[in-house]
Design a protein around this ligand. Structure first.
Ligand code: ZN
Ligand code: ZN
Length: 266
């Protein structure tokens, strides 16, 4: 079993594993954290298997040099925040720092990791197994030209502006190579295009339109739009879906909005 991230959803998953997996023997699992923003780690203290003797957990994730995953994730379990301390956990937990690389996970599964565009180190994961590819790109924003592109602005420099664009295009192409041909891609699309362009540029998230466009260029087969804005209601998601999910937008990509507890056939 491979788990990506430990947001609020991992609580339900832990309860499911307690009911289904524990009967068959001790729980052994691996959690791959894309990054350590709180919405991606806040469920960890509520993941019941960590309190069960015999559980073996490997927790992977990217961190900068001076930090440790154990302190950031396990550190949520201190008396300041929580009634149980991480040193009291019954499970055997191994914390493993990840960088951009390629790994053999055994059982015929390989993993490629790639840094995305987010305010802190954040990894995309590309799992490959028996010819199928499953990719995650959250949290991420398209790279953009960080230099002034308005010729009327006194700061404008034509050479600098064009080089800035070349770098942004190259970085976006690298991400598209990373997700290329995925059977399933899960992509951060927190905003609508209008919301993004109005006031969310540089926040580290993408629009629905960005996600669909990247998936089309990369020849992705199925795309799950994910990391919905927490303020958006189910009815609003349906509205966006109705407007966006038409063949002229989605092309050959099967696009859908990810929902809690959704099962996806590959
Ligand atoms: Zn984030
Ligand atoms: Zn996030």
């Amino acid at each position: 079993m491979i788990i990506i991230d430990a947001g609020s959803g991992i609580r339900e998953l832990g309860n499911f594993m307690m009911g289904h997996d524990l009967k068959k023997g001790p729980i052994k699992t691996e959690i791959f954290l894309t990054h350590t923003h709180w919405d991606h780690i806040m469920g960890f203290p509520f993941f019941t298997p960590i309190y069960i003797p015999g559980t073996q957990l490997r927790l992977y994730g990217p961190v900068t040099h001076e930090e440790s995953l154990e302190r950031i994730v396990g550190g949520q379990l201190t008396y300041k925040y929580f009634p149980v301390r991480d040193v009291e956990l019954a499970a055997k937990i191994e914390y493993i720092h990840l960088k951009e690389d390629r790994f053999d996970l055994g059982d015929g599964i390989s993993l490629v990791t790639k840094y995305l565009n987010h305010p802190i180190l954040c990894l995309g994961y590309r799992f490959e197994c028996r010819g199928k590819v499953f990719c995650t790109a959250y949290d991420t924003e398209p790279f953009r030209n960080i230099f002034c592109t308005n010729p009327d602005d006194p700061e404008y420099d034509e050479v600098v502006a064009s080089e800035g664009q070349i770098v942004a295009d190259e970085q976006n192409q690298i991400i598209e190579q990373f997700i290329a041909g995925a059977d399933l891609l899960i992509y951060d699309t927190q905003y609508t295009k209008t919301e993004y362009e109005k006031s969310r540029i540089g926040w580290g998230h993408s629009s629905h339109e960005d996600g669909v466009a990247a998936a089309r260029r990369a020849g992705v087969k199925s795309l799950a739009l994910f990391h919905h804005d927490p303020a958006r209601t189910d009815a609003q998601i349906d509205e966006v879906a109705q407007r966006l999910l038409i063949p002229e937008n989605t092309g050959d990509v099967k696009v859908f909005f990810a929902r809690e507890a959704m099962e996806i056939e590959l």
